[in-house]
Write a protein that binds this ligand. Structure first.
Ligand code: URA
Length: 434
């Protein structure tokens, strides 16, 4: 078997065997394999697709291309959630404590932000002292003690995906359902959880722009998880507007603490309780309605907030932040954006809002950029809201005053106004079960 034979087969629209896809994953993990061959294969896969069986086989091969997390030392059902990426998406900070408060074990590896999307690891690192790198035994120990631990991807997890993802990024082969699904699910499978709940984002701030493409993606990811013996389900959720009202790092932690303290915002709370409820029902805690009750109760009773504080303390941070979010970093400079007309905010180009936030210093253009934990955006109006001339639409925060004008221009460019109110759009479009 050679890579050129495999490239030719996929170029000619033939299905690849499990053995060939295993060869591909091993070749991708091998630094000696030339970029040009892997890039040619990726383009052939992008143009001619992979069927469900091929996607499952590629995912399993990539998952086994490096280290697999060993969670066998954790007692109880290990549950994970994953979002396909969005703007203002701080759900892990709320869902993980809710799930832990309800008795699940959340041993989670999260990512950093890149481009217009934020990353949970960056948000957590805005908490003074918080460690997102732990040795494997300390990770297992923290989960056994507190029920949850969220760290950055560690060890040599999915080296095949690391290589292929970097090549896809520069060869215009990112937005392919089988390639995205196998990339994300290989890391989830290597992460070792028994239960996986996926939040497949759909809309102007997401990879998938339409509910149909998001549904196809969700079905593909659920099929991969189920084939690998994991209890898997997906929610398809609205990313045509940012989630919650805050975008950034410390500012999103502050908003998450708000939800954990029973102070909304409603869209964020609704999505978090739905995701946590799905984790619980897959873990066998009862039917969907009962699990939603359990999730809401964990918020209302304060049990989830206690878990959040326990997680901070277990990972070296200042747990007092949960009760005193004013201890989080605050930006030195700010500017307000106001409406220059009466009417309705009819659309937000969510990707551009994420980009505006990155321009403030809250995100990275390349993976080596250093982020400013205090930078960010607070929204006062979102899609569908009525506005009057002079209303504050948003506040932008930065550590460097010079960053404000470009971010402000990008933000304003993302907004569309109209004369008439919009029909209500659902927050959760659909659920895909195995
Ligand atoms: N996130 C990933 O990990 N992989 C993709 O292909 C897209 C988003």
């Amino acid at each position: 078997m050679t890579l050129t034979e495999i490239i030719r087969k996929k170029r000619d629209r033939e299905a690849l065997t499990a053995a060939e896809l295993d060869y591909v994953a091993r070749a991708a993990a091998d630094p000696k394999t030339p970029d040009y061959q892997l890039s040619a294969l990726l383009m052939a896969m992008y143009l001619n697709g992979l069927d469900t069986r091929e996607t499952v086989d590629l995912t399993l091969a990539m998952a086994h291309s490096g280290d697999m997390a060993d969670l066998s030392g954790i007692r109880g059902v290990k549950a994970d959630k994953h979002s396909t990426g969005g703007v203002g998406d701080k759900t892990t900070l709320i869902v993980a404590p809710i799930a832990a408060a309800c008795g699940l074990k959340v041993a989670k590896m999260s990512g950093r932000g890149l481009g217009h999307t934020g990353g949970t690891v960056d948000k957590l690192e805005s908490i003074p002292g918080f460690q997102t790198t732990l040795p494997p035994d300390a990770f297992v120990d923290a989960v056994n003690r507190t029920g949850l631990c969220v760290i950055g991807q560690s060890g040599d997890l999915c080296p095949a995906d690391k290589r292929l993802y970097a090549l896809r990024d520069v060869t215009e082969t990112i937005d392919s359902i089988p390639l995205i699904a196998s990339s994300i699910m290989s890391k989830k499978l290597a992460g070792g959880a028994d239960v996986i709940v996926l939040d497949v984002k759909c809309g102007s701030g997401a990879f998938m722009k339409t509910p149909e493409s998001a549904r196809a993606m969700a079905k593909c990811m659920v099929a991969i998880g189920s084939n690998a013996g994991k209890k898997t389900a997906a929610l398809i959720t609205n990313m045509d507007r940012p989630l919650g009202n805050c975008i950034g790092n410390a500012i999103e932690v502050r908003e998450a603490i708000g939800v954990l303290s029973g102070k909304g915002p409603a869209d964020l709370e609704t999505l978090c309780t739905a995701l946590a409820a799905k984790m619980l029902s897959l873990a066998g805690a009862g039917d969907d309605a009962h699990c939603l009750f359990l999730a809401k109760d964990a918020l209302q009773s304060g049990a989830a907030k206690e878990k959040f504080a326990a997680m901070i303390s277990g990972q070296g941070g200042d747990p007092d932040v949960a009760a005193h979010p004013e201890k989080l970093p605050v930006a030195r400079y700010q500017t307000q954006i106001t409406a220059d007309r009466d009417g309705f905010l009819t659309a937000m180009e969510t990707r551009q809002i994420g980009e505006a936030c990155a321009l403030l210093g809250a995100g990275r253009q390349t993976k080596d950029d250093v982020i400013d934990p205090a930078a960010g955006i607070r929204l006062y109006k979102k899609t569908g809201d009525p506005v009057r001339r002079g209303d504050v639409l948003a506040e932008l925060f930065a550590g460097d005053e010079a960053l404000l004008p470009a971010a402000k221009a990008r933000f304003c460019d993302a907004l569309t106004f109209g004369e008439t109110a919009l029909n209500e759009v659902p927050l959760i479009f659909d659920t895909v079960n195995a």
